[in-house]
Write a protein of this length. Structure first.
Length: 474
């Protein structure tokens, strides 16, 4: 039975929470008196459906059920997690959290998306919420700052990890927690740079995205500066750059007067910078870029990439039918070309991933490779049968055409979400001794498992086109 999350407040953040839970298989109920809430959340979820599954090489769980309610008590009934995401006004949060705590199941975790208020402030009227402060877009960015009762934040952390998020326990409650305090410092200094005519909004953004922003995504602040210290590390960096902390470089202790003139200046430059794109277009651009960067980090396990790898490891393997299913995923936008469909290289990549999965199934896994043995691809042949577009679900099945001795001959079918065939990838591999760099017989246990598949698949018909270009049927 699916677990249930209730979202109170359907703005950008509330919609992001709804999408994160929904696409991870939770049922989601929403309470928001805004008559446009269903449309707004629907648009956020649409963006999430396009981007979140593209982070992974395995399919996400089946979506939960989404419902909208006009009564708060009805929305929270049976909820395991309740997330308050109403506007940042303490009086409003007191009112909402009070009603929530009266109606919510005693077992439910109650989180607040507040970016600035402390738990003691949220709960001063008797509520029992913890701070669960996420970052936009909630359905992609993993960080959630948790502040509050240790038992409750512990329960919250377990749930958040199960939906692919990274709970950061804040040791002491403090206004604006951790990340927003850092962002506030950069924001305040940026306002001064624009006000004083030193830089435009576009130039400041270029300074971030062309420089330290790229470093921060993988290493954060302190690890970046450790490298800047050279072989001597952080001590050398501190000794070299510590004195500059007393120099009058910044205005972090001063606040520019926040008047109409400053607002118009910032807004005008921002419109000139990216006003030619709608907010939805900017969101999709942001999401596509985030998916690409996070997938790159996933390969190394750095930063958010490590969270992705750990989350994907919890996904259930697809259930095999007549043939083993060696891949099931959503096609990411990065796999498509100017025609809007998968390009040649990524059909082959999908086949290569299926080969890796089949190798794991017969015992030729990472440990086997680390011990000095593996299968190397000798030849591949790809047949392009139908267009496969970004966002489509792709399912790969594998048939063994031959598996005696050093050879392994595989035939992968790449099926679209509707069951039609998009492409086939036929591959011939040789078993190798990685130390000698020569072909060799596989380990007996691997050979036995491969022989079992070969025998089981021998009775199946030869796939259309198989063997014409690659190897021979054994």
């Amino acid at each position: 039975m699916a677990r249930k999350a209730t979202i109170i407040g359907g703005g950008v953040i509330g919609g992001g929470w709804a999408a994160r839970f929904l696409l991870n298989g939770w049922d989601v109920s929403v309470f928001d008196p805004d008559p446009e809430a269903e449309r707004k959340i629907g648009e956020v979820i649409s963006n999430a459906r396009r981007s979140l599954p593209a982070l992974y090489d395995k399919a996400l769980p089946a979506e939960g059920r989404l419902s909208f309610h006009t009564e708060m008590a009805e929305a929270v009934a049976g909820a395991d997690w309740i997330q308050e995401s109403v506007p940042e006004r303490l009086d409003l949060k007191h009112k909402v959290l009070g009603a929530l705590c009266a109606a919510a199941p005693a077992s439910a975790v109650i989180g607040s998306s507040t970016s600035g208020f402390k738990p003691s402030e949220l709960n001063e009227k008797g509520a029992r919420a913890v701070v669960a402060h996420p970052f936009n877009p909630v359905y992609l960015l993993p960080l959630v700052e948790l502040v509050g009762d240790a038992t409750e934040t512990g329960r919250a952390a377990e749930i958040l990890r199960s939906i692919g998020m990274f709970p950061l326990m804040v040791r002491k409650e403090i206004d604006a927690h951790i990340a927003d305090r850092l962002l506030e410092a950069v924001w305040r200094e940026s306002l001064w740079l624009v006000k004083d005519g030193v830089a435009t909004t576009g130039e400041i953004d270029e300074a971030i995205r062309m420089g330290f922003g790229l470093r921060w995504a993988q290493m954060g602040l302190f690890e970046t500066y450790r490298i800047a210290g050279g072989e001597a590390g952080m001590k050398h960096f501190m000794a070299q750059f510590g004195p500059c902390l007393s120099w009058p470089w910044t205005k972090l202790m001063d606040v520019p007067e926040f008047n109409d003139e400053l607002v118009d200046l910032i807004a005008g430059q921002s419109d000139a910078q990216s006003g030619h794109l709608s907010i939805r277009e900017l969101e999709r651009l942001r999401d596509d870029n985030l998916v690409g960067m996070m997938r790159a980090l996933r390969k190394s396990g750095s930063g958010a990439g490590g969270v992705l790898k750990a989350h994907e490891a919890t996904f259930a393997d697809p259930v095999a039918t007549e043939l083993p299913v060696t891949g099931e995923r959503q096609v990411p936008t990065s796999w498509t070309d100017y025609n809007g469909h998968m390009n040649e290289a990524h059909y082959l990549e999908a086949g290569a991933q299926a080969t890796d999965r089949f190798m794991e199934m017969i015992g030729a896994d990472a440990a086997y490779v680390a011990a000095g043995r593996s299968y190397f691809t000798v030849e591949s042949h790809v047949r392009f049968i139908d267009e496969v577009k970004a966002g489509e679900r792709l399912r790969v099945t594998t048939q063994v055409l031959g598996g005696e001795g050093k050879k392994m001959h595989l035939f992968h079918r790449l099926e679209r979400g509707d069951g039609t065939l998009g492409a086939t990838v036929e591959t011939l591999l040789l078993h190798m001794d990685l130390t000698a760099r020569r072909s060799s017989e596989p380990a007996p246990e691997v050979a036995a498992k491969l022989a079992d598949f070969t025998a089981a698949h021998a009775a199946l018909p030869l796939p259309d086109g198989a063997g014409r270009h690659v190897g021979q049927r054994a």
